[in-house]
Design a protein around this ligand. Structure first.
Ligand code: AQP
Length: 326
């Protein structure tokens, strides 16, 4: 199993429910590779100091959330050079049209203008395919927003196998859980919660390191609708709160609707804030301990990277040979 998060800002509850929590829960079932995809972060402008700080923050949050370095490799993408080496080969195998169809690229390039976005934003799915294929991953647990990129990784893996022989690379599959797969913005439930929007608009996201009073305030101000109480069919803002409540309590949306049926939104918000605080507080405590021992954190990253390099080098060599490199 392989997955990763970009250190592009503060992690939010969407990153936790859509990705991290599922990784933690399933870490006993698989051989796990969880990277912090710092090279992907460079696809948009970054302040170098902030990027370094956020990289360590994300690493500590992986561990604080419960990823166990004895059961998972936890490392930085940039510390395993094979990612960029295989990324180049994947780029060469990828028709431009495939990347032009990626909705994330289309949305971002439309927002910023094609002349202004970096080429790395366009080609980053090829690097992501390399991330996955290097470890012969069977499964890639992600939130719903990454479905198209994983589909592309499968397509390019199949293309490589059909050109250079079956088994050159292993074809991966996405693992997308229903609960928490798409947490929406608190201030605008029509867009997915995201780190970058959250940095610009603090009311947009619950960050994993938000203190309890901030969580409570943000939830109390979350967008709902003109109805006074929870009654189906619920609007997008109410559905988002119900889904968070359900995911954190391991309930279905229907059970959450039943629990809050006809109760005012103030009750929904107060109980949702309670479960958010209850889930995040122990993570925050552990996080503080981990940050107090930065050498220990760096040691985990270093040792994992050494082991990951060995696995990645074997795949890279296989592919390099297959495509005709001496
Ligand atoms: N809102 C979300 N709901 C559920 N899952 C989500 N993920 C992200 N947002 C949500 C999942 O978190 C993992 C890490 O994502 P990423 O950092 O690689 O990139 P992203 O999807 O672009 O994350 P953000 O938060 O939206 O960051 P920015 O603003 O920097 O782009 C992935 O598994 C993703 O599915």
């Amino acid at each position: 199993m392989l997955s990763g998060i970009q250190p592009t800002g503060s992690l939010h509850i969407g990153n936790y429910l859509g990705a991290l929590r599922n990784w933690v829960r399933e870490q006993d079932r698989y051989e796990n590779y969880f990277c912090i995809v710092d090279l992907h972060a460079l696809t948009v402008p970054q302040d170098p100091e902030v990027l370094r700080a956020k990289t360590l923050e994300v690493a500590a949050l992986y561990l604080a959330s419960g990823l166990d370095p004895a059961r998972c490799e936890i490392f930085l993408q940039s510390h395993v050079a094979a990612h960029t080496q295989l990324g180049w080969i994947m780029e060469c195998l990828t028709p431009m049209g495939w990347l032009e169809r990626m909705t994330q690229f289309k949305a971002r390039s439309q927002a910023q203008g094609r002349e202004r976005v970096g080429t790395g934003l366009f080609t980053y799915p090829a690097l992501m395919a390399a991330d996955i294929l290097l470890y012969d991953a069977d499964l890639v647990p992600v939130g719903d927003d990454q479905r198209q990129h994983i589909e592309y990784s499968r397509d390019v893996a199949q293309r490589m196998n059909s050109m250079y022989g079956e088994g050159t690379v292993h074809v991966p599959a996405p693992l997308i859980r229903d609960a928490g797969a798409r947490v929406m913005g608190l201030d605008d439930p029509t867009v997915k919660m995201s780190k970058s929007i959250g940095a610009a608009r603090p009311a947009h996201a619950i960050f994993m390191l938000d203190p309890p009073d901030v969580i409570r305030r943000k939830v109390s101000r979350a967008q709902t609708d003109a109805e006074p109480a929870v009654r189906p069919p619920v609007g997008a803002g109410v559905a988002n709160l119900l889904d968070m409540y359900a995911a954190l309590n391991d309930l279905s949306r229907d059970s959450a609707v039943e629990h809050f049926s006809s109760k005012p939104y103030s009750v929904l918000k107060s109980e949702t804030a309670d479960v958010l605080i209850g889930a995040l507080e122990p993570i925050q405590t552990r996080y503080a301990e981990l940050r107090a021992d930065e050498a220990g954190l760096r040691r985990v990253l270093g040792e994992s990277a050494s082991r990951a390099r060995v696995v990645a080098a074997a795949t890279l060599e296989r592919v390099q040979h297959a495509v005709g490199l001496l």
